[in-house]
Ligand binder design. Structure first.
Ligand SMILES: [Zn+2]
Length: 252
């Protein structure tokens, strides 16, 4: 799962969402709100769907060069997704920070499902608000995404990882294969750099191009850095390692 940096909307698109939300809130107070219909109606307008400067195009830009689903990072992101589902939470239906991009499979798996903890906080990872790798771990050999094991496994971070993996079925074989492939591509990228060191900008660009599934922060983390060839880069090129770390952190 990639960490997503939320981009600002164009002024007209932002205003459009705000107006739609105000209208939905008023209808809700009158008891006449059909949020599915209101969203469907809005979804067809160019403020949401146009190929440029629209809400959809901004979400695609946020998803990275491969425009993958923001939950599974596996399939193409094809739908606008409401993190807080719009039917139970219509007050967030047109709220920009609530909109993500997802694939048809993840959209179907999630539907109106939205597990909350005892304090009413979401138990799913929102990749535009938090670093998914605070909640997830990777088995690079198999490509499995796992809930991060912290303490007794009952911590909020572990629970969130657990619910996210469960709901989006991130242990599915296709998802695993993809993650394993991306991990190997990143290994190759680092091995190529070690064999023939390139400029840092080129190296960074290659890493970005290969990291379709957002695994780089994990590779640069506590476990990743102990595995070859990342461990070799960490030991033999500490300045390159540190610069990539800086760039990863500044992308948050
Ligand atoms: Zn997906």
């Amino acid at each position: 799962m990639r960490r997503i940096q939320r981009l600002p909307l164009s002024d007209t698109a932002a205003q459009y969402l705000e107006d739609r939300q105000t209208h939905a809130n008023a209808q809700r107070e009158q008891g006449t709100l059909d949020i599915e219909a209101r969203w469907k109606d809005a979804r067809q307008t160019d403020k949401i769907s146009a190929p440029h400067h629209s809400i959809f195009s901004t979400l695609r830009q946020m998803a990275g060069p491969a425009q993958r689903c923001m939950y599974c990072s596996d399939s193409l992101g094809s739908d606008i997704e409401h993190f807080w589902p719009k039917t139970p939470y219509p007050e967030q239906a047109f709220h920009w920070p609530n909109l993500l991009l997802c694939c048809a499979r993840c959209g179907r798996l999630k539907g109106d499902r939205f597990p909350l903890d005892a304090n009413g906080h979401p138990l799913l990872i929102n990749p535009s608000r938090e670093d998914p790798w605070c909640h997830l771990d990777l088995d690079p050999e198999v490509g499995t995404l796992l809930p991060k094991a912290i303490g007794d496994g009952a911590s909020a971070a572990a629970l969130k990882g657990q619910e996210t993996v469960r709901l989006f079925q991130l242990t599915a074989e296709a998802v695993q294969d993809g993650h394993r492939r991306t991990f190997r591509h990143l290994q190759r990228c680092v091995a190529d750099f070690l064999a023939a060191p390139d400029t840092l900008d080129h190296f960074w660009q290659n890493l970005q191009d290969q990291d379709v599934r957002g695994l780089l922060p994990w590779c640069w983390g506590d476990i990743g850095r102990t595995l070859a060839p990342f461990s070799e880069l960490h030991q033999n090129h500490p300045e390159v390692w540190a610069e990539v770390s800086n760039r990863l952190n500044s992308a948050l």
